[in-house]
Design a protein around this ligand. Sequence first.
Ligand code: NDP
Ligand code: GDR
Length: 328
Amino acid sequence: MKRALITGITGQDGLYLAELLLSKGYEVHGLIRGQNNPKLELVRNVVPDVHLHTGDLLDQSSLTRTLKAAAPDEVYNLGAISYVAYSWENASLTSQVTGIGVLNMLESLRLWAGDDLSGVRFYQASSSEMFGKVQEVPQRESTLLWPRSPYGVSKVYGHYMTINYRESYAMHASSGILFNHESPRRGPEFVTRKVSQAVARIKLGLQDDITLGNLDAKRDWGFAGDYVRAMWLMLQQDQADDYVISTGSTHSIRDLLDVAFARVGIDDWTPYVKQDPRFMRPAEVDLLIGDSTKAKEQLGWVPEVSFTQLVEMMVDNDLAEQKALARS
Ligand code: NDP
Ligand code: GDR
């Protein structure tokens, strides 16, 4: 039985990945931080078979201790401060967790495994946010990185540190450059979930409107369940490498509003949507669209859920969730 360790187990991707690995017969370990993590109950409900270890990416000895206890064949480093807007307000902390946290994990792996790193494989959660200011359309593995947020800069650090450990120590360390991926488990601070929750509440008469920032930014949105499959596939290859994971289609926030409101029978959303500079960013990533040809050819990976299916899935889930909340 293979063993895997997931950091960021309480997050959207951590839960989907844990479900996937358990379904494949893995023994799954998760790193959980904090004295009384509010997501602990969720993890225990969704994936009760996961073994949890207390630790933090900022506390290297907790990582080394966790590696000793879990003895993983595969490590998926998903833990991060992942909300881009927050990263300007907490730039130093974001750099520590999202950037240096990767180094802490890589060093812990080296300390734990010693000179022979052949028994362990590492996945780093890199991001399309590293592309930032548009240099090439669509973006692929070779596209110049030009991050536009403290989060993006931190991810570039983690990305190159992963490559550096692969080249320096012959580590099986891969980086997935994942474009935005969403699901009913997406945090409510991200725009897709903010919209799907608001649309459900507006439909049910629980909320009057929604206030957003930039409606013109374009993102390549996919389904998180599809994307965790790509993470696993990367660690099953003979050689470690870096892969862009994306759908190859891009949509604006306006397109997102079109599909989400249409799902509840509202064709004109303009009366329900307000804009506030509070939700604008100091620097924006205007256009993301990925070319995942390499992942298709080498991993056999293709996304299965379309943009419309994804948004409708999220709105339907929030309608059911809000109805249940209103009843209780
Ligand atoms: P989430 O924000 O849902 O989850 C982030 C996870 O990181 C949480 O489990 C959180 O735990 C954990 N975490 C935060 N700080 C620390 C810390 N100091 N030590 C250990 N763990 C910590 O993110 P997603 O699931 O959406 O994303 C997973 C990874 O993929 C992240 O690294 C993200 O940056 C990256 N990514 C995500 C994309 C997306 O579109 N979803 C696209 C590209 C990359 P806690 O509950 O304790 O806060
Ligand atoms: P992003 O996701 O920054 O791409 O990072 P987010 O959903 O936060 O923003 C997407 C776009 O929507 C615009 N926007 C708003 N965003 C939020 N959150 N709230 C609003 O009210 C709002 N109005 C407009 C933003 O300006 C932006 O252009 C996500 C995260 O998961 C990262 O961790 C990951 O690395 C990248 O995706 C790929």
